[in-house]
Design a protein around this ligand. Structure first.
Ligand SMILES: NC(=O)c1ccc[n+]([C@@H]2O[C@H](COP(=O)([O-])OP(=O)(O)OC[C@H]3O[C@@H](n4cnc5c(N)ncnc54)[C@H](O)[C@@H]3O)[C@@H](O)[C@H]2O)c1
Length: 395
């Protein structure tokens, strides 16, 4: 089975979908020296991707981040194609089309009839299982998940997700390729939300819960997490930035795929925002109002309240990170890298757990569990064991 030989940059890469993600992935691959073929069913998307890349390259040359020669090379190596058959010589094809299982499966079946038998087929899906996409293929061992973050040229993290059927050589070849693109790769299991979109759910979910209970308003919760946690953006600012439509759909999908696990249960607050089309910055209003002349609400800067909010959210985040390690999604280092490089957390959560003291984190969770009696607050068994055995993640 596939084992990509050096030099990696000589291989041709196909990118399907020229939207936000596909265009970014194509830019990363072509900048790394590959010949890249980009396909999309929508000509407007192609035109937009083409123009955006042209503008980006021009700016990079002006800022002397790219030489004229390299810029010319990039323009010469990227090809926007209108026939899938042009992908026949690609060593790897990365799909970044609409998030729909049937549409993706249909595309993969068609691709298999075009590309060579050892061509790697990858999906950039954020919420579908790689196993389900691969199951449509004759050679499911060549199918893998390569999950970039938005915007792909800027965000350093890439999650690599072999399905249960993926050949180990394919995984290693993909890791080699993406590492050569200067990205930070973490290997993870084919489970809902992979690492980042699973662990990060608590940042939003627990913050919304705190708001729903009337403990604090959006501005105060954002202030608390930035002040006491050092997060660059508070959860409500961040949800408005990501888009409440996208964030709600990811939450719903992770919850459903985990067989309605209470820890991931979506909130009515977010659902109502979604239904009202209050998507956040892009629609002008979300948790905050972004229209001109609107004064942003001020937080209630109460030290004790701020610490209570921070403790509750960080304990939930750490519990999820510990559970991800306990269930062998990835190594301690990779779980921490995923959160610092994928969503800019100020510290890896497992390192943070060591610093705060695992016993302290456990106490917060046990108190919440005792008070609410809700399953969402139950501490991960590994956290309990580690406290009992006085262990650390990094010692
Ligand atoms: N946007 C994000 O933040 C983000 C992050 C990581 C992963 N993803 C995943 O990446 C994928 C693409 O997301 P996006 O945000 O770039 O979407 P997008 O809507 O910006 O782009 C999708 C593109 O795919 C094209 N397309 C749809 N069906 C096609 C088909 N059958 N053949 C060829 N082209 C087709 C569309 O014309 C569109 O240009 C999704 O699976 C999404 O879950 C998105």
């Amino acid at each position: 089975m596939t084992n990509i030989q050096h030099p990696i940059s000589n291989i041709q890469i196909g990118v399907i979908g020229a939207g936000a993600m596909g265009a970014g992935i194509a830019q990363v691959a072509v900048t790394a020296g590959h010949t890249v073929l980009v396909y999309d069913t929508n000509q407007t998307a192609i035109d937009k991707a083409k123009n955006n890349l042209r503008t980006t390259i021009k700016k990079q040359v002006e800022r002397q981040k790219l030489t004229e020669e390299n810029a010319k090379g990039i323009s010469a190596r990227i090809h926007y194609i209108s026939n899938l058959h042009d992908l026949k010589n690609c060593a790897a094809v990365i799909e970044a089309i609409v998030e729909n299982l049937e549409v993706k499966q249909k595309l993969f079946v068609e691709l298999e009839s075009i590309v060579s038998s050892d061509c790697i087929l990858a999906s950039n899906t954020s919420s579908l299982s790689i196993a389900s996409i691969a199951s449509a293929c004759k050679k499911s061992e060549r199918v893998i998940g390569i999950h970039f973050f938005n915007p792909a040229p800027i965000m350093p993290l890439v999650e690599i997700i072999p399905a249960i059927t993926t050949d180990e050589n394919v995984t290693q070849s993909v890791k080699k390729i993406i590492d050569a693109w200067g990205k930070i790769t973490v290997l993870t299991k084919d489970t809902p939300g992979f690492i980042v979109n699973r662990v990060a759910r608590s940042y939003y979910g627990e913050s919304i819960r705190i708001y729903e209970e009337g403990m604090a308003d959006f501005a105060t919760i954002d202030w608390a997490l930035k002040t006491y946690g050092g997060f660059k953006m508070g959860p409500f600012e961040l949800m408005d930035f990501i888009g409440n439509d996208i964030n709600f759909k990811v939450t719903e999908s992770v919850w459903e795929q985990f067989f309605y696990e209470p820890r991931f249960k979506p909130s009515l607050t977010q659902k109502r925002l979604y239904e009202a089309k209050l998507f956040g910055r892009k629609s002008g209003r979300g948790y905050y109002n972004y229209s001109e002349n609107t004064v942003m609400p001020s937080p209630k800067q109460d030290d004790m309240l701020g610490k209570i909010i921070f403790n509750r959210v960080i304990a939930m985040l750490i519990n999820e990170a510990v559970d991800s390690f306990y269930l062998q999604l990835a190594s301690v280092q990779d779980i921490d890298l995923a959160m610092t490089k994928g969503v800019n957390y100020p510290k890896g959560l497992l390192k943070w757990a060591d610093e705060l003291g695992l016993a302290n984190v456990l106490t917060i969770l046990e108190n919440l569990y005792a008070e609410y009696g809700e399953d969402r607050y139950r501490p991960c068994v590994l956290l309990k064991r580690m406290v009992k055995e006085k262990k650390f993640f990094y010692h």
